[in-house]
Design a protein around this ligand. Structure first.
Ligand code: NAD
Length: 285
């Protein structure tokens, strides 16, 4: 049966590394990185996500520069807040919590975040840098997957990698990051014919489709590493996009849900915020 990849433990290690990096930055005469989370409205799930980001940001020694706007705020006011944070030297990173209320144009708001402060890696500028294989801030969930694979010494160069899902948030940048590491990458999506057959090619299979149990044992090559990005809240707890119990009989390694990719996302957000602060303060680190 498959080895479990412990995202909770790896995320803790990443956060400890970030905390050390923050201390080094301060010791070198820099100022602590500041993370400005921006929450618009009162969506309960978003409130929980933002609260966790703020808490772990403080634990890592960074400044919590959270801002909250009412759900009925107009576009110009929201844009003005992003502009204010963009100009504030105490703000190393800006995270606009998505989704924003439907009457707002979230893409237009994201576009006002300077690439250097885009710690979610979601602006067009950072997506372009990733597409061209140039340095930039990378989206947190896919870079968290790469970090997990690296910490478990999963080889990527030359291997067959299959990504299920092509979203701007996860699937597409995931495929690009695997390509950057010289994997042979196949991207599956909702129009893919015979998903299981394609998935069975994978040495490394990353599933981010948002469909519970989409990938079963028939979609996994014996010994493969399976990364389950999906999150679904059921009556009996959280589940992923992979039928974990069945796949664990075939795979070599697998991420559980919860405790796999989930904790990595915030850890990588903190890592990005430190990276952004170091670049902005010009203090190398
Ligand atoms: P999305 O809905 O934006 O994209 C889903 C993708 O899956 C699409 O590209 C679609 O083509 C593909 N897809 C849909 N049905 C398919 C099928 N039957 N076969 C193959 N491909 C199919 O979702 P997303 O934002 O990429 O998120 C995916 C999942 O990951 C969700 O469950 C989400 O909750 C979760 N997620 C987790 C984290 C985390 O931190 N762990 C972060 C972001 C998203």
């Amino acid at each position: 049966t498959a080895e479990l990849i412990d995202g909770t433990a790896v995320a803790r290690l990443v956060r400890e590394d970030v905390a050390k990096g923050v201390a080094e930055l301060v010791a070198a005469g820099g100022t602590p990185p500041g993370l400005a989370t921006v929450l618009i409205g009162d969506d309960p799930a978003s409130e929980v996500y933002v609260r966790n980001k703020r808490r772990l940001c403080v634990t890592a020694g960074m400044a919590d520069l959270h801002r909250h706007l009412p759900g009925d705020v107009d576009q110009d006011t929201a844009a003005a807040l992003v502009d204010e944070l963009a100009a504030d030297p105490a703000v190393s990173g800006i995270l606009l919590q998505l989704p924003t209320p439907a009457h707002l144009d979230s893409e237009a708001l994201l576009a006002r975040i300077p690439a250097a402060k885009d710690v979610d890696g979601l602006t067009v500028a950072n997506a372009g840098l990733l597409a061209q294989g140039r340095p930039g801030l990378r989206p947190c969930t896919p870079s968290g997957v790469i970090e997990l694979l690296d910490r478990y010494d999963v080889p990527l160069s030359g291997v067959e990698a299959v990504v299920v899902g092509r979203s701007v948030l996860v699937g597409k940048p995931m495929a690009q990051l695997l390509l950057e590491r010289n994997a042979t990458v196949t991207i599956c999506h909702s129009r893919t014919r015979d998903l299981a057959e394609v998935c069975r090619r994978a040495d490394v299979l990353v599933v981010a489709a948002g469909i519970p149990g989409l990938v079963g044992a028939d979609g996994v090559k014996p010994g493969a590493t399976v990364i389950d990005v999906g999150i679904h809240r059921g009556e009996d707890g959280l589940h992923g996009d992979v039928d974990t119990a069945a796949v664990a009989e075939v795979a070599g390694r697998i991420t559980p849900v919860p405790g796999g990719v989930g904790p990595m996302t915030i850890a990588m957000l903190l890592a990005n915020t430190l990276t952004a602060a170091i670049a902005q303060q010009g203090l190398g680190g």
